[in-house]
Design a protein around this ligand. Structure first.
Ligand code: NAD
Length: 360
């Protein structure tokens, strides 16, 4: 689809291309919606096969961030940055790495606070410290709230418990069989939390070292990244990349619950979200269950307090339950219930801005 048609259809505000010939920075920032506040969303570094893939990814991710902030009750809009490249290669050359992230920081700064960045796949709090040399509009620094991943993992853990409560009548994890695809920053932290409460884990990752590390700590069974979809389990937890619930995988899943950290889990929400509902599977909408990291970095904007942050993340449990109950009572797929929840808050808050305040 033509880019402006796509922007019109889904209400995007701005797409910015970045290029720095010296450091090799090549990427895109997308601001989806700033009704609730500045657009906040992490920076992803990934080797996209085509530029089109990168544009499509950043736009979908930015839209997800708008919904994520709205559902979590945060005064933030949705945005995202993707950088085309290999994060491991980038870390090998310290001079280039500094120039790369500082160049990115200057692009962020040029947006005057309309976009605030943080970590995502392929980036670290240390990368964000380099970005911070050029802009204040970056969160998740080692000196403040740090890596958001453990907080995201904690929110996903609470969300899985909410799904179990609604389907099995108990939120206990003892003996529950959980298949996790992707044991990176979030997936590995999630495995720790699930293992501590007695869940039986099966894991997969394209990175052999990552799966081995998690296996040593939790005794998880390792399967190949493709075989994870066929595992006989109670919960399937996608914690790698998006679009993993698609025409190929849908019929293979044995789990009754799909609840994980990955953004844009459904390849096509309307098709696959509806099919999951018709099949009687419980899908915890990704942007609701994976909001823990965003909730935590948001605390930096209002004065960081870890306890307050954990209390806010705890609410993911109630939010996921509320969505499942609404889905059952109205016979509506969970993804649609969550979309309506997000849209309702954005519309309500848009209207309060129509009240004139003198000298504002
Ligand atoms: P990460 O890069 O640390 O981990 C991702 C892991 O997935 C890596 O270990 C990678 O090897 C693995 N992987 C990639 N392709 C795979 C495949 N085909 N099959 C199996 N494994 C594969 O990233 P992360 O920070 O743990 O984030 C994981 C997901 O959660 C991403 O979709 C991210 O957007 C989402 N998310 C992360 C956060 C956060 O706080 N980090 C917050 C919200 C959402």
């Amino acid at each position: 689809m033509n880019k402006f048609d796509y922007m019109q259809k889904y209400g995007y505000e701005q797409v910015i291309y970045m290029h720095d010939r010296y450091s090799g920075l090549k990427g895109i920032i997308c601001i989806h919606n700033t009704t609730l506040g500045p657009a906040l969303g992490g920076t992803r570094v990934w080797e996209y096969e085509t530029e089109e893939d990168a544009v499509y990814d950043v736009m979908r991710l930015a839209r997800g961030m708008t919904k994520k902030a709205a559902c979590a009750g945060l005064n933030l809009g949705g945005g995202k940055a993707v950088i085309i490249g290999n994060s491991k290669q980038l870390r090998k050359d310290t001079v280039r790495r500094e120039a790369f992230w500082r160049a990115f920081g200057r692009y962020v700064e040029s947006l005057g606070g309309r976009y605030i960045t943080a970590e995502d796949v392929g980036t670290t709090p240390d990368d964000m410290s380099l970005v911070r040399m050029e802009t204040d509009h970056v969160l998740g620094l080692p000196t403040t709230s740090g890596d958001p991943s453990p907080f995201t993992a904690y929110g996903v853990y609470k969300g899985i418990k909410a799904c179990l409560k609604e389907t099995m009548g108990s939120s206990k994890l003892e003996g529950v069989r959980i298949a996790i695809s992707g044991v990176g920053h979030v997936g590995a932290a999630l495995c720790d939390l699930l293992h501590e409460e007695g869940a039986i884990l099966t894991i997969a990752d394209i990175d052999e070292e990552s799966v081995k590390r998690v296996q040593e700590k939790t005794g998880a069974t390792i399967v190949s990244p493709q075989a994870i979809y066929d595992v006989d389990c109670d919960v399937f937890s996608p914690c790698a990349l998006g679009a993993v619930i698609n025409d190929d995988t849908l019929g293979r899943l044995k789990a009754k619950i799909i609840a994980g950290a990955a953004n844009n889990v459904l390849s096509d929400s309307a098709i696959h979200g509806t099919k999951l509902h018709e099949m009687g599977l419980i899908y915890a909408p990704d942007y609701v269950i994976n909001a823990g990291g965003l909730i935590n970095v948001y605390q930096e904007k209002i004065g960081y307090n870890k306890e307050a942050s954990m209390r806010a993340i705890d609410q993911i449990y109630d939010r996921v339950r509320e969505i499942i109950v609404e889905s059952k009572t109205t016979n509506t797929p969970t993804y649609l219930v969550a979309d309506c929840m997000a849209e309702r808050r954005i519309e309500m808050m848009r209207n309060i801005n129509s009240i004139h305040i003198p000298n504002e």
